[in-house]
Every structure is written in structure tokens, then in C-alpha cells.
Design a protein around this ligand. Structure first.
Ligand code: R5P
Length: 297
């Protein structure tokens, strides 16, 4: 395994952006580093025009710093630029950038003429003040090459498995072909069977999932995906499971975006679970142990 972060040593610092405060705190605890306090408003009320502000409230001069910030929503990307600049101004020795949820990762290529490769556009700018990058369950690991500095991805699926362990899950289901590897990882960790569905996306709020007979009558099933956005993918899979007599349906993802009333759409599920790469009412488990693991010698 290749270790990207500095070998842990006393006095290492963690700086967390406002998108990733909870995870930053967990990570600091896990790697026994100091969490640097950051002010996100110059004065109460912030900037009325909505511009971001950051100020490091402790010295980082000569320090190895782990900077943690998800790039969602867009304003957090600007905040991340500011944090990176503050670390450079403050004389940080080395910065390992942890991006728990890499927003724009899904536009990983030019699908149509005239489009940008958005993942590359964001990565190029973030690598300016980063010595190494760690992402978590990035949509396509190929985007790591866009960073131009050593970068690796850490799977968030072990965290999902940790949460589901002991919760009597009989089957782990992938709601589409892309999620098969996620279901395999979680099912393998839990020691239960896996299955998958085939999905075709029609538009942002419509998917078509191939009907398929599943051995789920009276069973407890966890549907696992990397991202839940509108919830359409999982809600469609949950309906198929219910129609076939599943007793309990849990929806689990690493990144809970929950756009456009997704949680309402997911009411067909008994429980919705997400990690802390993004904070939401569904956040139940932290990926801090997985991220910390790549920072140990
Ligand atoms: C797609 O490839 C992803 O893995 C997810 O399946 C997708 O982003 C989920 O989107 P939604 O919740 O809007 O169906």
C-alpha cells in the first residue's frame, strides 16, 4: 500500500473546512493530531453578499497539515481555495488534501462536444497548494490522475459494512451495474450474499430498472451505492424489493447528497444510512478510520 500522507508525528495539524468539520474532528482524533480552529465569518452575519471568509486561529508554520473539505456545494470549493491559500500564507510545510466527497467527479469526461471535463477543471485548481490528495469512494478513480500530485482513493464501503454489521442483513443489493463492486465489498465484509439490478437512466428523476426475480421474500436487504442524489435509483430498487416480499429494506450510501426531496422519495425504505463525507440527517457512520489508515506507516 502506498502512503500519501506524512508519517504521523507529534504536532501534526488537521484543518477542516465548514463542509467537513465533523469528519475533520474524527480524523484528528484517529491520527492523534491537533485540530486547528478556523473562523468562517469575519464578523457576525458574515459577508452579506455571500462571499466566503476563513481565518486560521493557530499557527501552521512549518507543520504537516491534513486539510479536509468536501467540494460540495460549490461555495465550499471557494472556501477550500481560501483555506489552501491561508495554509500557504501561514507557512505550512506539507499539505495533504483530503476530499471526502469530490463534487464534479461524475463529469469525468467530455460526454458531448463543447463540454468541459469538470473533474479535471476542479482537480487542476485544487492541486496548486496540495502535496498529496486523498479522496473517498470517488465516482471514477481515473480522475485521480487529474490532480498532478500523488493521489489515492479510499473506499467508504468498509464504514457502511461496519454500520450494518449485527443488523441482520441477509442480502446486499446493487441497484445498478456500477454498484456491483460496492455490493461485493459490503457483502463480502458482512459474509452475506449479493445480487444486482440493471438500471438505465432516462433523466435526472427517472430511471428504468430491469425487472428481475430476487430471492428476498421475508429477507432483510441493504441496497448499497456510492452516491444518493435524488434517491430515484434506490427508491426504484426498494419498490422492486417490496413487491417481491422483502421484510426490511435499508438504503446505504457513502455520499448522501439528498437533492430535491430525496429523503421523501426514500420513505419506502425502513432506514437510510450515509457516512460523514457529507453531513445529513442520514449520517450514521464515519469514514475517519478508513482515511486515517492511509496515513499510518
Ligand atoms: C451513478 O452512477 C451513481 O452511482 C448513483 O447511482 C447515482 O448518482 C444516484 O443518483 P440518484 O439518487 O439521483 O438516482
Amino acid at each position: 500500500m502506498k502512503y500519501l500522507a506524512p508519517v504521523l508525528r507529534d504536532g501534526m495539524k488537521v484543518v477542516a473546512g465548514s463542509a467537513s468539520l465533523a469528519l475533520g474532528k474524527e480524523l484528528a482524533r484517529a491520527i492523534r493530531a491537533d485540530l486547528v480552529d478556523v473562523a468562517f465569518e469575519k464578523h457576525p452575519g458574515g459577508f452579506p453578499d455571500g462571499e466566503r471568509y476563513v481565518r486560521l486561529l493557530a499557527s501552521v508554520a512549518g507543520e504537516d497539515v491534513v486539510l479536509v473539505q468536501s467540494t460540495f456545494p460549490d461555495a465550499k470549493i471557494v472556501e477550500l481555495f481560501l483555506l489552501q491559500d491561508a495554509l500557504a500564507e501561514g507557512g505550512a510545510r506539507r499539505v495533504t488534501l483530503v476530499i471526502p466527497y469530490f463534487g464534479y467527479g461524475r463529469q469525468d469526461k467530455k460526454f458531448e462536444a463543447g463540454e468541459p471535463v469538470s473533474a479535471r477543471a476542479v482537480a487542476h485548481r485544487l492541486q496548486i497548494h496540495a502535496d498529496a490528495v486523498v479522496t473517498v469512494s470517488v465516482h471514477n478513480p481515473a480522475v485521480l490522475s487529474f490532480f498532478g500530485v500523488p493521489a489515492r482513493d479510499v473506499s467508504g464501503m468498509p464504514a457502511i459494512a461496519r454500520y450494518l454489521r449485527g443488523k441482520d442483513v441477509d442480502l446486499v443489493l446493487a441497484p445498478d451495474a456500477n454498484a456491483e463492486r460496492f455490493a461485493a465489498e459490503v457483502g463480502g465484509a458482512l459474509g452475506v450474499d449479493t445480487d444486482f439490478l440493471e438500471k438505465k437512466r432516462i433523466d435526472s428523476f427517472t430511471v428504468e430498472t430491469e425487472p428481475k426475480a430476487l430471492a428476498v421474500r421475508g429477507k432483510s436487504v441493504a441496497i448499497v451505492d456510492d452516491v444518493i442524489s435524488t434517491g430515484t435509483t434506490i427508491a426504484t430498487a426498494a419498490k422492486i424489493l417490496r413487491d417481491q416480499g422483502a421484510k426490511r429494506v435499508v438504503a446505504a450510501c457513502v455520499h448522501g447528497l439528498f437533492s430535491s426531496n430525496a429523503l421523501t422519495r426514500l420513505q419506502a425504505c425502513d432506514e437510510v444510512v450515509a457516512t460523514d463525507t457529507l453531513l445529513s440527517p442520514a449520517t450514521r457512520v464515519s469514514v475517519a478510520p478508513e482515511v486515517a489508515a492511509v496515513m499510518r506507516p
